[in-house]
Design a protein around this ligand. Structure first.
Ligand code: GUN
Length: 292
């Protein structure tokens, strides 16, 4: 079994990006600048967004964190977005999800300037992605493609079973892996909560992407030998033995599944760190596009 080490791979990518930033600075070009908006005080969201800002510092990007109270109205949030949309210093920005219930998430995502939409969530960018046109690919699917590429996991002609049809992971992942691209050309089955014969399908899979958000859902009796397993799940489970009171659990029963796997991502330290590296990559791309 080979561990797909997202922590190490993301550190490698960040090092590559840092070198590119040094190059930009040496040429007196603009330093990439990422902004993030977060509404409310959700602990997990704050942790993620702070990690994104910290990663910017580490690679030499500029960053801005805009923290808004949970009572912020939709109109106030749309105003903040309108400011970032036209701020020449900001190359890309994200609005951390989920948003409070009183704010229409789709309306918010559609108000982001697609050229600055480094999360790749705007319908224009989702459409381009689906058509295999150059665009920002969302950080999680982009990170999974990058991990598979760097570890030389063959996808062409393989049967990939994706579990979960979210807009952020399952759906784009299934589209990308079926496309004619370097990491692609797979036969993809997209499964979800209404799928009737899931185990029958996962038993046929060469590669499984578990992105449904149920801790330790994928068990050893659901997979064949030598499968590649990508675990996108990251659920906080209460654990009094931990200093912060919880541990992170993936969608895969790692101990039993890893014994039968050729490649597998750990949780934490697999897909999670990759998403931040890919967000930085998208920000660098946004910055270079403006330059050209
Ligand atoms: N919430 C969970 N994942 C993401 C992500 O990739 N981007 C944003 N903006 N919010 C998220």
């Amino acid at each position: 079994m080979i561990l797909l080490d997202g922590k190490k791979t993301s550190a490698d990518i960040k090092e590559e990006i840092a070198l590119e930033v040094v190059d930009l600075k040496n040429q007196d070009k603009k330093t990439p600048h990422l902004a993030a908006i977060i509404v409310g005080n959700d602990g997990a969201s704050l942790t993620y967004v702070n990690a994104k800002v910290k990663a910017c510092d580490r690679v030499g990007f500029e960053s801005s964190l805009i923290r808004l109270p949970k009572e912020t109205t939709e109109e106030e949030l749309l105003n903040e977005i309108a400011i970032l949309n036209i701020d020449n210093d900001i190359d890309g920005f994200i609005v951390q999800l989920p948003l409070p219930d009183h704010i229409d998430e789709q309306k918010v995502l559609m108000s982001i300037n697609p050229d600055k939409d480094v999360d790749g969530f705007h319908p224009t960018n989702v459409g381009k992605m689906a058509l295999n046109l150059p665009t920002f690919i969302s950080a999680t699917p982009f990170g999974i493609l990058e991990l598979l590429e760097r570890y030389k996991v063959e996808t062409s002609g393989k049967h990939v079973v994706v579990i979960g049809r979210s807009h952020i992971v399952g759906s784009p992942m299934s589209i990308l892996l079926a496309q004619k691209r370097k990491v692609g050309n797979a036969t993809v089955t997209l499964t979800h909560s209404r799928t009737k014969n899931l185990k029958e399908l996962t038993l046929q899979a060469d590669i499984i992407i578990a992105a449904l958000g149920i801790p330790e859902f994928l068990k050893a009796d659901m997979i064949k030998d030598h499968v590649t397993v990508i675990d996108v799940g990251i659920t906080r489970v209460a654990d009094s033995s931990k200093k912060n009171g919880f541990r992170l659990v993936g969608d895969v029963a790692f101990d039993e599944v890893s014994k039968k796997s050729a490649f597998i991502t750990p949780v934490p330290g697999g897909v999670g760190p990759m998403t931040i590296a890919m967000l930085l990559k998208n920000t660098l791309l946004a910055c270079s596009r403006r330059d050209s």
